[in-house]
Design a protein around this ligand. Structure first.
Ligand code: ATP
Ligand code: MG
Length: 460
């Protein structure tokens, strides 16, 4: 990602060049909002009266037409990789018929272009050369009053594109804005209809909400407005499920999930945050009450939860990489709870997994939200950092070829033999190939007693 100054400079250059060719051009939408809030825009959009063909003729940059029919061109900085600006012709949307997208667009005026946008804070233009704000929709006043308001009639605007229901809460939570009452009433009334939107677009909104530091607030708002029920239905049952956890003695499971989200590092990735949101999704179905006082156990809830997570990831059409990480995190969110009592080989194998940093972050947030004590995570991190026993994931001492060369007949027993050698290697009972082969011989001659479960001593 090019640095903020370089992106801003390129976005300014685009405006200057369009102006020099006689067109109108402004920064538009989210970047204007971010600048007024004192934030550094993630990306810049330019709005102009030049058509896509005129834009491409005017600007000396490599361009991609993103949908020339939608009036959008993307241009690339000639040298700075990743420095891109999206340039859209002032337009209005034609009729929306399916609650998702317009049937087409027509080129129009800046005012009409502002009015087709979703929220007043997202509907402003800015002249980067003199800082002037062009505001047809009252965005500036709403930003100053910290209000999120749909442009025009909220119900009609959500009817056009139901993704805006999620966007409303995303922006409100991200920027800590109050949702204007009519806008909020429309979100609540129409929440269930968000499912007409494609899973990919819904996932993209979830991704943006969960990858941001305001994730807990956003999920709380989604639940309160009925959007969790539409998008992640299994979570609804966590509301009111009594937990009695020391950190939140009065709290329900939903409260625990929100607190876990809040205790993640602010920079947590989407898969980590999504897994944190879902980590106990298997509890409602596995709950078994014990002798009153609301005591209960949740046997196998991580297995059931992993299945629920897998199903939700597939419904949202997440990538395989994202889905596998989310499911793995949910399935293993209890694994390191008693890290000190794990066989060293088991601990090492888990600590060598590629997602371990995220698993530890999930364990920490979950523990802090439950008992306030995360010593097991400290232990794992100490172990990782000091690597008291050599590389966490050393290359195996033996392979199947070695066994064949050693005179063994290939067969089903190979896997078990190699597994035993591996375990002995990770527990440092053997150091080299010769010792490994001696172990094999001993095993074949009748087996040696395994050492009892022991805690890794070097890290204590
Ligand atoms: P972010 O910082 O999250 O990217 P953004 O405001 O830039 O926020 P985008 O999704 O990148 O959001 O959209 C850019 C602009 O396009 C918005 O500011 C808004 O003016 C307009 N816009 C985007 N999506 C919609 C939509 N579904 N309906 C109406 N206007 C939209
Ligand atoms: Mg944007």
């Amino acid at each position: 990602m090019p640095e903020a100054r370089a992106r801003r400079a390129f976005a300014e250059e685009v405006v200057v060049r369009l102006r020099q060719a006689g067109f109108q051009a402004y920064w538009a939408g989210g970047c204007v909002r971010d600048i007024l809030l004192g934030l550094s825009p993630a990306d810049y959009d330019v709005a102009t009266d030049a058509t896509p063909d005129q834009v491409m003729l005017t600007l000396p940059y490599r361009s991609l037409t993103m949908g020339a029919s939608f009036g959008v061109v993307r241009v690339r900085h000639p040298r700075q990789k990743g420095n891109e600006v999206e340039i859209a012709t002032f337009r209005s949307d034609l009729a929306y018929v399916d609650g998702r997208r317009p049937t087409g667009v027509v080129y129009s005026t800046p005012r009409e272009d502002a009015e087709r946008r979703d929220f007043t804070i997202n509907g402003m233009f800015m002249d980067p050369l003199n800082g002037e704000i062009v505001d047809f929709v009252g965005g500036r006043a709403d930003l100053d009053a910290r209000v999120l308001r749909a442009i025009g009639d909220p119900a009609a605007r959500f009817e056009e594109d139901k993704l805006r229901l999620l966007r409303a809460l995303r922006f409100a939570c991200r920027f800590d804005l109050k949702v204007e009452p009519r806008t909020l009433a429309a979100v609540k009334a129409m929440a269930a209809e968000v499912t007409v939107v494609s899973p990919e677009r819904i996932a993209q909104e979830m991704r943006r909400m969960l990858a941001h530091g305001s994730r807990a607030r956003a999920m709380d708002a989604l639940m309160a407005c009925g959007l969790i029920a539409a998008v992640l239905p299994p979570l609804v049952e966590t509301v009111g499920l009594f937990q009695g956890k020391p950190v939140q003695p009065e709290g329900d499971l939903w409260g625990h999930l929100l607190l876990t989200l809040q205790l993640l590092p602010a920079s947590a990735s989407f898969p980590l945050a999504f897994a944190a949101l879902l980590h106990d999704a298997g509890k409602p179905a596995t709950r078994q009450a014990h002798g009153g006082l609301g005591r209960a156990s949740y046997h196998n809830h991580e297995v059931v939860g992993a299945r629920i997570a897998d199903d939700l990831c597939r419904r949202l059409k997440l990538s395989n990489t994202e889905r596998e990480r989310v499911v793995w995190l949910v399935a293993n969110h209890q694994y390191l709870g008693e890290a000190k009592k794990l066989r060293e080989a088991k601990l090492k194998r888990m600590l060598a997994r590629p997602g371990i940093d995220e698993l530890l972050a999930l364990h920490r947030a979950d523990a802090l939200a439950t008992t306030g004590n995360a010593e097991h995570v400290d232990y794992c991190e100490y172990y990782l950092e000091h690597q008291p026993t050599g590389p966490i994931d050393p290359p195996p001492l033996l392979t199947g070829h070695d066994l064949v060369r050693h005179g063994l007949k290939p067969g089903a027993s190979f896997a078990a033999i190699l597994e035993q050698v591996r375990e002995a290697q990770l527990e440092r009972r053997i150091q080299n190939k010769r010792e490994a082969l001696e172990l094999v011989d001993r095993e074949l001659a009748g087996g040696e007693a395994r050492p009892a479960e022991a805690s890794p001593s070097a890290a204590e």
